[in-house]
Every structure is written in structure tokens, then in C-alpha cells.
Design a protein around this ligand. Structure first.
Ligand SMILES: [Zn+2]
Length: 568
């Protein structure tokens, strides 16, 4: 199993890192679904974590050897860092194929208005304004999923809390905002402002006045456009904060699944370029530009991946993957904006498409033509069906293009799952959503549909490529918490399958061919865990008494979080 092709013994003595005395879960030879292995009954077939080893050696961003201690230790020379793992485990660094790191970096400094007692939550809003300049906007997030009242608060509640400055609260899902009267006035939103069906829906009182809640993918943009723009240094600092948070959770490879959603494509690409070239963003990065941001009208020409790459500094282009654009077919269950076939259990007339199906298909077609894979947000069953229709109607992608993705894919039935399996589309799903908002999902969908949400093991058994992600900062997003949530939710899922979905499957979803496994020649992206996660039972994980934590994170051969004696 040990191999170090292309390197002579002399070269190998320099600045090698050798980790030994642990469990290396390589995910090499892994099959995504343990159901197939179990059915085969052959104990020699690797499970979803692939082959195991006890030692690994890397240098210059690459893995040089994976094997038994004696084989790999033999490669160490006087300049090598030799680290005794002491029984800890090494896995490929976690891959996060759908997150919002630019927004997460901004949101890291914001209050979250949440908790059970809604009145108490709103009373906390003024506290978030204490350190602001007198006329500065108060921007924070709100999470009503735990509130004791199902109805939304209004601008009057916010005006009472903060009368003297504009307030903009972003729903943690990203699919609605709440604004006070000053913010609405600065954004020129009033009784005469028309809705844009699917894109920006203004909640109104009996006289047509906005209540302060605005739903849809354009709600944030419309109000945030009235705020002073961020400086370049602020954007870069936000990404540095996000990198620290991600690395601490073991993530080495992150995708921003809607570039432009916070401050526009130009400002955000500039921040990415600066943070990558300065070294403050040391993780592998995939950027998914928002399709409606780079081609606002359905008939507009779509810039190609190469044209978007041209907006980044030349020095960082080979460190950024530009393979997919992000598109939204619907909204969120929590905000009543997901598109369902049958009515919501708690709001019969809510929800619907962001784009008419013909427009959705036309957008997909134009983006495919210039070489993009498409990653489309679809939560409700009607949205999933429309996306599969649009993908099926699109021309064949150029050979260089990556498989299309379906983001969230939360509400499926047997027919949709079969269509998804036949399509070759990757499902990028978020197990921690279930730990966060299960009660809200139950209220929105009723028991029968809520019980059908995210059947992970069934998706794998159907042969659907399935990658986990968190959509952070919608939820806190640590992959280990995603594993816990997934195993609690689905009794059919194995521990190894859950980790496969956070590693090898994520790298495949991103088309990142030298990530997601620990094999010779792969990038030295790895996470050291306190123990072998596959030695803990499913039950231990689902009760969250697994005791597993992230000890250290290494991205491209460099320690980026945590630590272990001897590791640099
Ligand atoms: Zn998202």
C-alpha cells in the first residue's frame, strides 16, 4: 500500500511530515453506499470509509505515502516532522460544497435574534446597536424557528425596539428579511412598491402598508442596496474570519454557493481575490456565482467560467474552482417560500416558484451552453420536479462541464427519487437542518410529508450521488454535528456513509479530483480527529456522546487550525 512514486530517497528526507500510530481512513476504494457492501456479504470489500492504514506522509502540498507504520516511517529523514498520532484518526479534510463563507464572515459579528420567548428576543435588538455609530444601520439575523408565536413580528415591534436608526434583520435561512420603518424608507419601499412574484414579496397590512417582512431571493438585495457599500478591507476580513471558523471545524475545501448574494459579484470576487492571495483564506475554494447576478435577464448572455475567472487576480485563478453557477427554483420551508405540490399545512396559499418553469429552463440552457454546471436550490417537491425538467431539456453539457447539482432536495417522493437517480444529478443535502428546524418543518408539511424529508440511506441505495453540506451560516455547520444529525434522523445510514458524504462525495460534487481521499498524489488536505469515528456506534453518534472532536486541520500540507505535538 505504501508508494512514493517519482521521489528519490534523498528528496524525501526534506521537510516531510509523517503521521503514524493512528487510523488513517483513506476513502480510497470506498463505495458510497454500505448497503451494497452488506448485500454482497464479502468482508474483503471496503465500506464507505475505504481502505484503512496507520501512517501517512506528505510534503509540498501532496500526499507521498499511505501505509503501515514501518513502511511510512522509513521515509522520514533528519528534517522530517514525525508525529505520533497516539491512536487518533486522520481523514480527508471535510469538504463543504454548499456554504456562504463570505456572508458567514459578516454574520460572525452579528447578533442573532432568537430563543423561545419572542418578546424577550425583540427586546434584545437594541443591545445589538450599542457599539454602533449614531446613524449607522443595525444589521443582525433572526431565527424564528424556536419562537413561541407562529406569526411574524412587524415593523412596529422593531420601531419600538429601535426607533432612531435603520434596522435590517436577515432571516437565518437567507430567504426573508425584516426591516424597521427607517430602513424601509431609506430603501424606498412603501405601499406603492409592487411585488415581484417569486423574487420579492412584501407582506402588507389591511391598508396595503408593508409590515416590515419581505420574502424572496431579492429581499435582502433591495434593502441592503440602501446601505453604504463595504470597503475592500472589510470583505477580506470577513473571509479571514470565515476561514478560521471553517478550519476549526475540520473543513479544508469550501464552496461559496451564491457569490454576489451579500454585496454583489464584483465586491465579493475582489474580497476573495484579496483573501486568497494574502493567505488569509488558505482553504481550497470553489465559487458559484449567482446566475441571476451575472445574467440578470432570462435572455441575457451568460458570462463563461473563463470570463468570471478574468475578474479574479491572475495569481489566484489556479486556486479557485469555477465550475457551477447557483440558481434558485424556490425558497425555504421556514419562510413559507418553498414551492410545494400540495398546500402548506399551516398556510394554504403560501409558496411558489422563483422563476416560471420556462424561464428556469431557459436560464439553465443558456448557462450550460457556455460551459457551466448548474447547482439549483430546490426544497419543495414542485421545485425539484421543475429543476429535473429543466436539466432534462438542456442541451448536452460540454465534456469539460461538471454534473449538475440539486441543492437541498428536501421533499421527494418515490417518483422524484427515481427521476433524480436516473438523471445523474448530485444531491447536495444538509443534515443539520433537521436538528435545527424539525418542529417548523412538521408545522409546515404535516406528519406524512415531514416524515419523507431527506431519506439519506434510500438516496444512496438508489444510486444518487449524495454530498453533505451545512449551508452555514444558516446553521452553525460543523461537519461532526452534521454527522450526528444525519445519524439521528436516518436509522438506515451508516457512520462510514455519513463521513463519505462529508469527504469523497463532496469532492466529487465540486469536481475536485485531487481532494476527498487520502491517496498518493492527492492534495494533503486532512483533518485529525480525536479517535476513529467508525469505531463509535451509530447510536453513540446519534445521541451525540461519541466524544469525537477535531484535533487539527491541515490544508495543502499546512496546519490551519488546532494542533498536535510535532505538527506544523
Ligand atoms: Zn445556501
Amino acid at each position: 500500500m505504501c508508494a512514493a512514486a517519482g521521489y528519490t530517497r534523498r528528496e524525501m528526507t526534506h521537510h516531510y511530515t509523517v503521521l503514524h500510530g493512528g487510523t488513517i481512513l483513506t476513502f480510497s476504494g470506498a463505495v458510497p453506499s454500505d448497503a451494497a457492501t452488506r448485500a454482497g456479504g464479502d468482508p474483503g470489500v471496503p465500506d464507505a470509509a475505504g481502505r484503512r492504514a496507520t501512517a501517512i506522509c506528505y510534503a509540498h502540498e501532496r500526499i507521498l505515502a499511505v501505509g503501515a507504520d514501518e513502511e511510512v516511517l522509513a521515509l522520514a529523514g533528519p528534517d522530517s516532522h514525525v508525529v505520533d498520532l497516539g491512536g487518533r484518526a486522520v481523514l480527508p479534510g471535510f469538504v463543504e460544497p454548499h456554504a456562504h463563507p463570505y456572508w458567514e464572515g459578516w454574520a460572525a459579528g452579528m447578533a442573532v435574534i432568537a430563543g423561545r420567548d419572542r418578546r424577550a428576543a425583540l427586546r434584545a435588538v437594541p443591545g445589538a446597536a450599542e457599539r454602533l455609530e449614531p446613524d449607522a444601520w443595525l444589521v443582525a439575523r433572526y431565527d424564528p424557528t424556536g419562537w413561541d408565536r407562529p406569526d411574524d413580528p412587524t415593523r412596529d415591534d422593531l420601531d419600538r425596539a429601535v426607533p432612531d436608526r435603520p434596522v435590517l434583520l436577515a432571516h437565518v435561512s437567507g430567504h426573508a428579511v425584516m426591516a424597521n420603518s427607517l430602513a424601509l424608507a431609506l430603501a424606498s419601499i412603501g405601499a406603492g412598491t409592487p411585488d415581484q412574484p417569486g423574487r420579492m414579496m412584501i407582506d402588507r397590512d389591511g391598508s396595503g402598508e408593508p409590515t416590515g417582512i419581505i420574502r424572496g431571493p431579492d429581499a435582502w438585495d433591495r434593502v441592503a442596496a440602501a446601505m453604504p457599500p463595504p470597503t475592500a478591507a472589510e470583505g477580506r476580513a470577513a473571509l479571514a474570519r470565515a476561514a478560521d471558523l471553517l478550519a476549526a471545524d475540520g473543513v479544508t475545501n469550501v464552496a461559496d454557493a451564491d457569490v454576489g448574494a451579500t454585496h454583489g459579484v464584483a465586491a465579493e470576487l475582489a474580497a476573495w481575490g484579496a483573501a486568497i492571495s494574502s493567505g488569509e483564506m488558505p482553504l481550497r475554494v470553489a465559487l458559484l456565482p449567482g446566475l441571476v447576478r451575472i445574467a440578470p435577464g432570462p435572455g441575457d448572455a451568460v458570462p463563461s467560467p473563463a470570463e468570471i475567472a478574468g475578474l479574479l487576480p491572475e495569481s489566484v485563478r489556479d486556486r479557485v474552482r469555477l465550475t457551477h453557477v447557483k440558481l434558485k427554483a424556490d425558497g425555504a420551508l421556514t419562510t413559507h417560500t418553498a414551492w410545494l405540490r400540495a398546500p402548506y399545512a399551516d398556510a394554504p396559499h403560501a409558496g411558489g416558484p422563483v422563476h416560471d418553469p420556462e424561464v428556469l429552463a431557459e436560464r439553465v440552457r443558456r448557462a450550460v451552453q457556455v460551459g457551466w454546471g448548474i447547482a439549483t436550490h430546490a426544497i419543495g417537491d414542485a421545485a425539484v420536479a421543475a429543476v429535473l425538467d429543466a436539466y432534462a431539456a438542456a442541451p448536452p453539457a460540454p465534456p469539460s462541464a461538471r454534473a449538475h447539482r440539486l441543492e437541498h432536495a428536501m421533499l421527494l417522493d418515490a417518483g422524484l427519487a427515481a427521476r433524480l437517480a436516473a438523471s445523474g444529478v448530485t444531491a447536495v443535502v444538509q443534515p443539520e437542518f433537521l436538528a435545527w428546524a424539525a418542529a417548523t418543518y412538521g408545522a409546515r408539511l404535516g406528519d406524512e410529508r415531514a416524515a419523507r424529508l431527506l431519506p439519506f440511506a434510500a438516496l444512496l441505495a438508489a444510486g444518487i450521488p449524495m454530498a453533505f453540506s451545512s449551508d452555514r451560516p444558516v446553521v452553525a455547520g460543523a461537519p461532526l454535528d452534521g454527522v450526528r444529525a444525519a445519524l439521528r434522523h436516518d436509522a438506515g445510514l451508516s457512520v462510514a456513509e455519513a463521513f463519505h458524504a462529508w469527504t469523497a462525495a463532496g469532492a466529487l460534487a465540486l469536481g475536485d479530483e485531487d481532494a476527498g481521499r487520502l491517496e498518493v498524489g492527492y492534495r494533503a488536505d486532512l483533518v485529525i480527529l480525536s479517535g476513529d469515528p467508525t469505531a463509535i456506534s451509530r447510536d453513540g453518534w446519534s445521541r451525540a456522546d461519541d466524544g469525537i472532536r477535531v484535533v487539527a486541520t491541515v490544508a495543502a500540507g499546512r496546519l490551519v487550525a488546532g494542533g498536535l505535538v510535532g505538527l506544523e
